[in-house]
Design a protein around this ligand. Structure first.
Ligand SMILES: [Zn+2]
Length: 339
């Protein structure tokens, strides 16, 4: 997740499971690959800038064929506009290249995150450069934006960015707050509607049992962030799909610089399979719904990742490569990737 706080009240997403659930979690952790053979995944929220090449390799091995990297807070406040520029540029540049070197199609959403919206002098400058990035190829939405502390400044820049999204006809990826989640989620949706944005163009993220019904009832997409399996809470995701079905629901890892698991989507698919969720429903929540939601940007062509991607690690980006001295590049001779 993106904004970390010590939580007085336990976030339902951080729920520690029962002893039995922990045993199941350990089983999934050890054997998830056995359950997901031939499945492919789309993780619509993962911060690869904070992750390693090992993570990219594991994602590829687990069948993650495409990802979305939302612009977010880097863990400490940025002090100037230039670092925002460089960060946004890396999301459409170097990070996309790195991902391609593992056969994973990389998209991003661009936005001013809610935390840094509270630095108004800097936020004003960021707002000026956002349009330069929102119209770039592979940018599939405005995100992640929304509320953190639910301050007036956060509301101001959330509204402003909703207008940018509307103008660019881009989906909106909404971060919902950890504290006062229910109120923050309702407020985020009400404001989006007030700005004339169709609910199907809005992906409300970091849902839990308290928020999902209202989000779905109002026609929005409901995304769920799955925490590391040792933490549990994942069985509750299974229950949500059992209760609400798979329409407009998607799951993500939101893996970042904190303790998180880039394989959370693949592992949850394995757990769903174990628990008797149909292959159709698994596919909807771990792949198809995210594609349908973000393809409304006009920037997603499934042919880019649906079939196996050719990897050529001899390629460079501005002369730079992911290889280190003496390493041999992996070059696929044809379109068949051997995993
Ligand atoms: Zn995030």
């Amino acid at each position: 997740m993106c904004n970390k706080h010590s939580e007085i009240q336990q976030n339902p997403s951080h729920f520690e499971g029962s002893a039995e659930e922990k045993v199941t979690a350990q089983h999934v952790q050890a054997n998830f690959m056995d359950y997901i053979k031939d499945m492919k995944f789309f993780d619509p929220h993962i911060h690869m800038t904070s992750r390693t090449t090992d993570d990219y390799q594991s994602l590829a091995d687990a069948g993650v064929v495409a990802i979305i990297e939302p612009a977010f807070w880097l863990g400490q406040p940025r002090t100037g506009l230039a670092t925002f520029k460089d960060y946004f540029s890396s999301l459409v540049g170097w990070e996309r290249f790195r991902s391609s070197q593992f056969g994973i199609k990389h998209y991003c959403t661009i936005g001013l995150n809610s935390r840094e919206a509270n630095n108004e002098p800097l936020a004003e400058q960021v707002m000026e450069i956002l349009p330069l990035y929102l119209y770039k190829e592979g940018v599939v939405g405005v995100g992640e934006i929304g509320f953190d502390d639910q301050t007036p400044a956060e509301e101001k820049y959330y509204r402003w960015q909703l207008d940018l999204a509307k103008e660019a006809n881009l989906p909106v990826q909404v971060h919902t707050p950890h504290r006062d989640k229910r109120k923050g989620t309702e407020r985020s949706m009400a404001i989006a509607l007030e700005h004339g944005i169709a609910p199907n163009m809005v992906i409300i993220d970091h849902n839990n049992e308290e928020t999902v019904k209202s989000v779905l009832d109002q026609g929005f997409y409901a995304a769920f962030t799955i925490y590391p399996f040792t933490k549990m809470g994942n069985e509750r995701m299974v229950e949500i799909v059992k209760q609400y079905g798979s329409e407009r629901i998607m799951i993500n890892s939101a893996a970042d610089w904190g303790i998180s698991d880039p394989l959370a989507v693949a592992k949850t698919a394995a757990l769903m399979k174990m628990k008797g969720i149909s292959d159709h429903d698994i596919k909807m929540v771990t792949y198809q719904n995210a594609i349908d939601a973000f393809a409304q940007s006009g920037q997603i062509n499934v042919e880019d990742f649906e079939n196996n991607t050719v990897i050529d690690q001899s390629k460079t980006f501005n002369g730079n490569t992911i290889l280190r001295g003496g390493q041999q590049p992996r070059i696929d001779k044809n379109a068949i990737v051997i995993r």
